[in-house]
Design a protein around this ligand. Structure first.
Ligand code: ADP
Ligand code: MG
Length: 575
């Protein structure tokens, strides 16, 4: 066949395929247009999972009647005029493709009126063919009505997921924008049912509840960090709440929802050792960066971005999230039902604060956010925070703290202590202890391959291990921290655990190796400890940056507050 330029309808259908993957994409584009138009109220009506109807009505600036036909042609936008503008985009739209694309694959009606105009205008488009422009009396703003999406590209209809899935996609999408724009009133109706409704009060928590449910929303921790031109704010789940996948991690860059694996990874890594393996946090995080520092023109759906200084952004996220987590991780209380304290009087405050106070002064001396609530009031950091009372069931330590009684799981606590000491040593060379006699360890062929892969990481961590013929390894030295551990057990734990889940990558290997070795090396439940050992363990735990969970996310301690004790003994309250 000879080469021809495609007729405009076909060209725009092809382009539409990139922008409009599914009904939710239509909702997204129309929402973004309404937000760019400065709307304060956006009503979205959906029928038949968006295939029958998507209508978005806004009270934004409107489009002048004579510009309506232009707005519907491809590459027409009011948001860019020069090529340079592409590098400082402050609107959600800029590609000038959405309306044309949507109109080419649906029965499309746009009605609009600007505030200066006496009346509005209406334009119908069917499968990309423009109808007549009609005058019409309407309020200021724009209504876009998209009926029978994909009616002329039936193949696309076939690729859609079930109605249920498409509906959920739309719900989630609208909710995400509602969170990002709390000052805008959103209303989403699907098949005559109100699904999302916000009041535009500017309250993030309300919109959060729509995304995560009331219970989780109430528990979400606030993140706030501003460093030079990078702002990070939003909400993250506490370590007590998690999901089995990354689906509830939402990032917004300059008000635009984006999918970015690197951002997600930064967040997940900040939770490392605080969540159990295979569990993921929930988050809604807004990054504010100068428009010139981010390239939003990477993908037709504008869902991906590229940062000029990505590593700064990732470390910024990690430290902001880490800080919020450390400031909030509570000591679990015994018996939820026994709690009488009102939410204002947080029993664990003084304790929490003083532990963090230590970390705050060492690491982040000059960061003002760190001296947030509670931390400023600490005095007497030198005095021991936990006074040892004794050991029960050769498994738990009992200690008295500033506000009542603490039960400490000796294994979990020691695991945490070892882990942090290890991680702390990682900045320099990790001290190792040479074995009096090298020990040969034999493993299966499969395990040998796994160990082989880990050898560089192991040797960086203070082990001296080398291959010693097929299926055999020679251990010459162990990290000093675990030098009294059986070398065979130390290697065995690595292959065992790596078999269970998929082998991790890069820098993750080291911290996982450390966590696993520490678990095996830590004192066991049932092991009796001398008073000196018990006391040393408490002191080491106090010195930890994250003393309240073991590296796998289980609690190291349980708190029985004086208040709870008094109530249980009938000294106070509840008569
Ligand atoms: P883009 O948003 O990338 O500019 P669109 O095809 O989505 O491209 O829209 C084309 C133009 O139509 C926009 O630049 C804007 O001027 C106008 N427009 C679209 N929707 C609205 C709306 N809801 N309110 C006001 N103007 C709108
Ligand atoms: Mg647009």
């Amino acid at each position: 066949m000879p080469i021809k330029i495609l007729p405009p309808e076909i060209a725009s259908q092809i382009a539409a395929g990139e922008v409009v993957e599914r009904p939710a994409s239509v909702v997204k584009e129309l929402l973004e247009n309404a937000l760019d138009a400065g709307a304060t109220h956006i009503a979205i009506t959906v029928e038949g999972a968006g295939k029958r109807l998507v209508e978005v009505a806004d009270d934004g600036c409107g489009i002048p009647a004579d510009e309506l036909p232009v707005a519907l042609s491809r590459h027409s936008t009011s948001k860019l005029s020069r090529a340079e503008d592409l590098f400082s985009i402050v609107t959600l739209g800029f590609r000038g493709e959405a309306l044309a694309s949507i109109a080419s694959i649906s029965r499309f009606t746009i009605t609009s009126r600007t505030s200066g105009a006496e009346s509005g205008a209406k334009l119908r488009v069917e499968g990309g063919r423009l109808g007549e422009l009609e005058g019409i009396g309407v309020p200021v703003g724009t209504v876009v009505r998209v009926e029978d999406l994909f009616y002329n590209v039936p193949a696309r209809l076939k690729f859609l997921k079930s109605d249920r899935t498409e509906k959920i996609q739309i719900d989630k999408l609208v909710t995400r924008y509602a969170i990002a724009y709390p000052a805008v009133r959103f209303h989403l109706q699907q098949d005559q049912r109100s699904v999302v409704q916000t009041n535009g009060s500017g309250d993030y928590r309300e919109a959060l509840a729509a995304l995560f449910g009331l219970d989780v929303a109430r528990q979400m921790l606030e993140v706030y960090a501003q460093e030079d031109e990078l702002g990070i704010r939003g909400f993250i789940s506490p370590t007590s709440v998690s999901r089995s996948n990354r689906g509830d991690i939402h990032f917004f860059v300059n008000g635009r929802p984006v999918r970015d694996i690197a951002l997600t990874t930064a967040l997940v890594q900040a939770y490392r050792t605080m969540l159990m393996v295979g569990r993921f946090p929930m988050a809604v995080l807004f990054l504010d960066v100068p428009a010139q520092a981010v390239d939003v023109n990477v993908h037709p759906t504008k869902a991906e971005v590229r940062f000029k200084q990505s590593s700064r952004i990732f470390t910024g996220i990690q430290s902001a999230v880490r800080r919020a987590l450390l400031a909030h991780t509570p000591v679990p209380e015994l018996g939820e039902s026994l709690r009488w304290t009102s939410p204002e009087t947080k029993d664990d405050r003084p304790f929490t604060a003083s532990l963090w106070g230590r970390e705050a002064t060492e690491e982040n001396r000059d960061e003002p956010q760190q001296s947030g609530e509670g931390i400023g009031q600490i005095t007497g950091l030198e005095t021991p925070l936990l006074r040892l009372v004794g050991q029960v069931a050769t498994t738990y330590l009992i200690a008295e703290g500033p506000d009542g009684l603490y039960l400490i799981d000796q294994h979990a606590a020691h695991e945490r202590v070892l882990f942090e000491k290890f991680m702390g040593q990682r900045s320099q060379e990790i001290p190792s202890q040479v074995l009096l006699q090298p020990i040969t360890v034999e493993v299966s062929a499969g395990d040998a391959r796994l160990l082989e892969e880990q050898l560089p990481a192991l040797n960086r961590l203070g082990f001296a291990v080398e291959s010693f013929g097929p299926g055999a390894f020679l251990v010459r030295a162990l990290p000093s921290l675990i030098s009294n551990m059986d070398p065979v057990a130390a290697l065995q734990v690595l292959v065992e655990d790596f078999e269970e889940d998929e082998a991790p990558l890069g820098s993750e290997v080291e911290s996982i190796v450390i966590a696993r070795v520490c678990k095996r090396a830590a004192v066991k439940a049932g092991q009796s400890l001398s008073t000196e050992e018990q006391r040393a363990l408490l002191e080491d735990l106090e010195a930890c940056a994250a003393p309240r969970t073991c590296p796998h996310g289980r609690p190291t301690m349980i708190h029985l507050s004086v208040d709870l004790l008094e109530r249980q003994f009938g000294r106070k309250g509840a008569r």
